[in-house]
Structure formats: C-alpha cells, structure tokens
Design a protein around this ligand. Structure first.
Ligand code: NAP
Length: 493
C-alpha cells in the first residue's frame, strides 16, 4: 500500500469494517500471500457488532466454540455461550495474534464507494475527506450495524434520555429511574433482566410476543479449558458436535416448518413453568410459527417481567410525549429513560446506498430485487467488489462465522486471480447470478420464514433478501472455489 499524497492511499484490497468479516478477510488474504491491504474502520477499535452492542446482558446465542474462527480456537471461553465482553476480547486477541494493527485505519467513516470506469479501480471517500483507491473492495460492514429507531411520532421531542440497544451509553445511570424498553427481540430479552433490579420502574412495550426457549448455556469447567489448551483436537471435536447438532435444524426451518410444533411445545412448557398468571401467559403466547422470527433463549426474561417493578405493556403506543409515552387509549406513562431495542436497518442498510458500480448503479438495488447477487457475495456490474454477509447469507440455525469463512475462499481466489492478471476486473455473469437468486427465492416461500410473520428478514414488499435457506455445508461447497466460467473478466489495460 502506498501514500501518493497526504490523503490518498493506493492499495490492492480495501476492506471496510473490522468485525468478524473484515478481520477474517484480512487474515485469509495474508495467509494466501496478499499483504497490500487496508482495513477501514469507522470506530476507534476492532470488534464490529461485538464492540457496538455493549448493552447490559449482551451475549451471543450461538455456542462459543462455533461462534469463533476455525483457525483461532479459544480454550478460555468461560461459558458455552459467549458474552459480548468476551467476544470483543477474542477479536482484539485475533487482531494482535495475526498482526493486523498496521493494516487498520480507524475513524474512516465511508461516505462513498464509487467504481471509476476510466481508472478501472474503486474510489473510496471518507466523510473527513480521506481517499482510498483500491483494485478490490471487500464490504464487511455487517448486516446488523445500523440501528433502527422506532418510527414513533414525538420521539425527537422526548425530554428524557433515549438510547438504542446498539449505541448504549455505558455511563447511563439507571438506578431508581422510570425506564421503558421498546421491543421484545433478541436484544430486549437480554436487557430487561439485566436492568430490572436497578431501575425504579420498567415498562416493557411488546408489539409481538417472542418464542422463548430455555437457555442451555453453562460454565466451561476448568478441566475442559485445560483439555482444550493441551489437546486442541478435543475443542475441534466439540465445535463439530455443535455444528452438526445445529445443522439438522435446517429440516424444520426449511423443509418442514410443521416440525417446529415440537419446539413450540417446549417453549410453551417453559412459559407455563415460569409464569403462573394466566393473563400474563396469554399475553406472552406467540401466535405464529416458531422460527419465523429469530428464536430466543432465556431463563431470566419471564421471571424479570414478573417483578413488582416491571410491567409488560401490550397496548399500542400512540406517540412519544416530552415526558413519556402515550398509549392509543390515552393512558400516559411517565418516563426518564427510553430504551429502544428496536433492531437494525437490514434490508434498507444505508451502506448499500453509498456504493455505486458501473454506470452509477447503487448496491442498494440488490435489496430491491433489481440487482442479482452471486453466492451472497458479488454482483454483476460491481467488478472486484465483494460483500461479506451479503444478500441471502443470514441464518436462523447456525453460526455466521461459518458463513463468513466460507465466503472468504471464493473472495480470496477471485482477488488472487485478478492480481495475477494485471488487476483484471472480475464480476459474476448477470444470468448466472439471476438464476441462482431465482432458485433461492423459489425455495423461501415454503420455509418457516414464509409462514406469515413480520421480521427483519423481509423487505417491506415481503421479499426475503437475507436468509440462506439451506444447509450451511451446501453454501460452503458453493463458495469453496472461484468458478471462472461463472464470471466475466475485463482487462484494465
Ligand atoms: P429485532 O429482532 O428486530 O427486534 C426488534 C423489536 O422491536 C421487535 O420486538 C419489534 O416488534 C420491536 N419494535 C420495532 N419497532 C417498534 C415500534 N415502533 N413499536 C413497538 N415495537 C417495535 O431486533 P434485535 O432484538 O436488536 O435483534 C436483531 C437481531 O440481532 C436478532 O434477530 C439477532 O440476529 C441479532 N442479535 C443476536 C443476539 C444474540 O446472539 N443473543 C442478541 C441481540 C441481537 P415486532 O416483533 O412486532 O416487529
């Protein structure tokens, strides 16, 4: 990489984002001999979603051994399901161990990523004016990176404190305050029990009850940790056991959603075991197929809702007032702190609107059914550009780290192909990408995500542009190698 002027970096590969995807991409490229790369990160340290989501109780719902890089096992996980601080430490350690420090450029908030047709290169601009010219771009900005505030009238005029789960203020003092959590998704059900004992009063606004299963997490014994450290194959074995135990879940998720009835029974037993009040039970009973939204796991959520200081509110919110929330029936709830656990901009991710390919086409078109995506990673008209966790790569049943590592093989081979050929431009053939996307879309209506609930997996029009509806090993097979005949190559000379 070279600085031709004070503000322009010329590089072979620009990676945007320093979470699991960006760090993994840099490591894989370096392993294959490509060292001319920069990692552009808007924040001041690595970690991605595990740096940003510092809300109380934040924890991953996939096992530690599986939700980590296959090449960087951690024998010291304290629990079978990792907490956010532990995952952030893990990613800091991976960054150190793989000597990524000198590739990182912090505070680089991308303003635009444009394909310069004349130059045959990508031109990346930061909001502070810095510029990078790159032969290849890897977008590793993550699908769950842009917080979504609720679309509620009056939110701007609230005179108390508003915080989103993904932009938590670590100095926020909740002791004795009147707080509310809007939302009952994966973030909310972790926040509620973690703060319920501190606040003066907590109102939980539920629009749709989630399915909640018992949490299987447990402490990793010091014996197991010693074993993992001394004999890594045992940890690899544990990882593959977790992998295969999850992989069969594709059957109820994709092939036969009716099988979810068994898990629904288990979730209802959990609800009935923890909640005695029939009215509260009813309010907490979902009326859609388990798995249609993300399946949640908690042993603490239902007990927290039954504390004297906590109320579950199922009436609709009319608006936010300067002093709290007004319900549809006119009831006013006074609040000091409003916690929005209302999810992320996924299908309308603003990053995609900043990226433009040949002819100025925005990448956002890929989420509107107007630009086919090849193997969740590359796009016709966007030569030498790759997206980690792109369209239809998200999972309901297993680890995204597995999907990321799968993508890296294809990406690294494509970049090696281009650099070996004078930085030729390589992009998927439109008809191949379109046929693959059609096949994915044809599958989705019969899956659990097509059973009729609202979720962040779907666009406003109901198109599922997020989920990979198949076994993850099938995805890995497809991304294992670059298939040249699926691509168009153009010379830059
Ligand atoms: P989410 O699943 O999108 O949930 C958002 C919640 O906010 C939903 O309950 C939604 O209600 C509610 N909501 C949104 N707008 C609202 C409004 N205007 N009024 C009332 N309620 C409103 O978001 P999330 O909980 O942040 O989770 C997002 C994803 O992040 C998860 O699915 C998961 O993939 C990941 N995540 C994982 C973990 C983990 O590993 N344990 C933890 C956190 C997040 P409706 O259901 O009615 O739409």
């Amino acid at each position: 990489m070279s600085d031709h002027s004070t503000s322009t970096i010329h590089t072979t590969v620009a990676i945007i984002g320093a979470g699991f995807g960006g760090l993994g991409a840099a490591i894989e490229l370096k392993r294959r001999g490509e060292h001319d790369l920069v990692i552009l990160e808007r924040a001041t340290e690595v970690g991605g979603t595990w740096r940003d989501n510092t809300y109380p109780g934040c924890r991953c719902d996939v096992q530690s051994n599986l939700y980590s890089f296959s090449f960087a096992p951690n024998p010291s996980w304290s629990n079978t399901y990792p907490s956010q601080p532990e995952l952030l430490d893990y990613l800091r350690g991976v960054t150190r161990d793989h000597h990524l420090g000198h590739h990182l450029r912090f505070g680089f908030e991308v303003a635009s990523v444009e394909f310069d047709e004349e130059l045959g290169r990508w031109r990346l601009r930061a909001v502070d004016g810095r510029e990078v010219i790159a032969a290849n771009v890897i977008l590793a900005t993550g699908g769950l990176a842009e917080p979504r505030l609720p679309d509620l009238e009056g939110l701007d005029g609230f005179e108390g404190t508003i915080v989103h789960s993904a932009t938590w203020d670590d100095d926020l003092d909740l002791a004795g305050v009147r707080a509310a959590v809007i939302g009952t998704g994966a973030s909310a059900i972790q926040i509620v029990p973690a703060i319920a004992d501190d606040v003066g009063h907590l109102t939980v606004f539920q629009r749709t009850p989630p399915w909640v299963l018992p949490h299987p997490g447990k402490k990793v014994s010091s014996r197991a940790k010693r074993l993992y450290a001394l004999a890594p194959p045992f940890q690899r074995l544990a990882r593959w056991a977790d992998y295969w135990l999850r992989e069969w879940l594709v059957v109820p998720f994709v092939k036969a959603p009716k099988i979810m009835a068994g898990a629904e029974k288990k979730a209802l037993e959990h609800l009935h075991g923890q909640v005695e009040d029939p009215a509260l039970r009813e309010a907490l009973t979902p009326d859609y197929r388990l798995g249609c939204k993300r399946i949640l796991m908690s042993d603490e959520y239902y007990p927290a809702l039954q504390l004297d200081t906590v109320d579950l509110e199922t009436r609709s919110i009319e608006c936010v007032t300067p002093t709290g929330i007004r319900l549809d029936d006119g009831t006013e709830i006074d609040l000091d702190v409003l916690i929005c656990a209302t999810g992320f901009k996924v299908t309308d991710n603003p990053t995609a609107t900043k990226v433009h390919g040949r002819g100025g086409v925005p990448l956002a078109a890929a989420y509107q059914g107007q630009l086919p995506c090849y193997r969740g990673t590359s796009f016709p008209g966007f030569p030498n550009l790759y997206m980690i966790t792109g369209p239809n790569t998200a999972l309901g049943h297993s680890s995204m780290v597995f999907m990321i590592e799968s993508q890296l093989s294809y990406i690294a081979e494509a970049i090696a192909f281009s650099t070996a050929n004078d930085n030729d431009l390589i992009e998927p053939r439109r008809e191949v990408a379109a046929a693959e996307e059609d096949a994915i879309q044809a599958k989705l209506p019969g899956t659990v995500w097509g059973t009729g609930c609202a979720s962040w997996y779907l666009t406003d029009e109901g198109r599922n542009v997020t989920i990979w509806p198949d076994f993850t090993f099938r995805y890995r097979q497809r991304t294992r190698h670059l298939i040249p005949e699926h691509h168009v190559v153009t010379s830059t000379s």
